[in-house]
Ligand binder design. Structure first.
Ligand code: SF4
Length: 253
């Protein structure tokens, strides 16, 4: 069972953390988010502010049994890059980060830090589907260029810690064409893994997850292309604490 904790900040805002049963603690890098990805609850009210590295450490300390931290909660880490970098360097536990790559030059810097993983949320094969799902991110072509630049400087070990996220959404990015284009680009980063996520439908969202059959077809196709594909575990697919479900209660009230 996921355990959600509301962490009160000194100025009255609240952020949420999620402890997953396998020892990973998901924390937030910002109070709110300006990215407005339309399938996600966390960006519904825009951005209040970025968090300091100390505030991220405070979140990390809420779960003494955590074995690793993932900065995958509320916020876009690259919009708060300096503090996220400070946090990665200060954290006693290994830290992974999930990002839309909104600032490609900072994605390169992030990839070269001593992190425990960087998950890049791409979610599309075509630029059109990418614009619909991650409207404030730069074009896919710029993100892949940044990835390629970092790739040249990264060890094989570091490259293996990179994940390319794909969240299939019904009638948006679930066609064969979308998946094929995504796979072609992903194959340029052979050591990376592909993370096939599941959409947790949030209130008042017009976006729906694909059927489990279609998800399986996509998984088999990507694997057949030679990609190392991982599926989101069940804890990330729950209404309580699943990906995209966190929201700033205090901020929204
Ligand atoms: S998916 Fe991430 S970047 Fe997009 S709105 Fe939600 S928290 Fe922000």
């Amino acid at each position: 069972m996921n355990r959600l904790t509301a962490v009160a900040l000194s100025d009255g805002l609240t952020v949420e953390t999620v402890m997953y049963p396998y020892g990973t603690l998901c924390i937030s890098s910002q109070a709110g988010c300006r990215m407005a990805c339309p399938f996600c609850a966390s960006g519904r009210k825009g951005l209040a502010r970025g968090l300091t590295a100390e505030e991220m450490l405070t979140q990390a300390s809420t779960e003494p049994t955590a074995k690793r931290i993932t900065v995958s909660g509320i916020g876009e880490p690259l919009d708060n890059y300096e503090e996220v970098e400070r946090f990665i360097r200060m954290s006693p536990l290994p830290v992974s980060v999930t990002t839309t790559a909104v600032h490609p030059e900072l994605l390169v810097k992030l990839l070269l830090l001593p992190h425990n993983g960087v998950m890049v949320s791409l979610h599309a094969g075509t630029e059109d589907a990418h614009r619909r799902l991650v409207p404030k991110a730069p074009p896919l072509s710029e993100i892949y260029t940044a990835l390629a630049e970092a790739w040249k400087k990264m060890s094989v070990r570091a490259r293996k810690r990179v994940g390319l996220n794909y969240l299939p959404v019904e009638d948006i990015n679930d066609s064969d064409h979308e998946i094929e284009l995504f796979a072609e680009n992903a194959l340029k980063f052979p050591e990376a893994s592909v993370h096939l996520l599941t959409l947790n439908k949030v209130e008042n969202s017009p976006f729906s997850p694909v059927t489990s059959q279609r998800r399986e077809e996509i998984f088999i196709f990507l694997r057949g292309m030679g990609l190392n594909v991982r599926r989101a575990n069940t804890f990330r697919r729950q209404e309580k604490g699943g990906c995209g479900t966190l929201w700033l209660k205090k901020y929204l009230d």
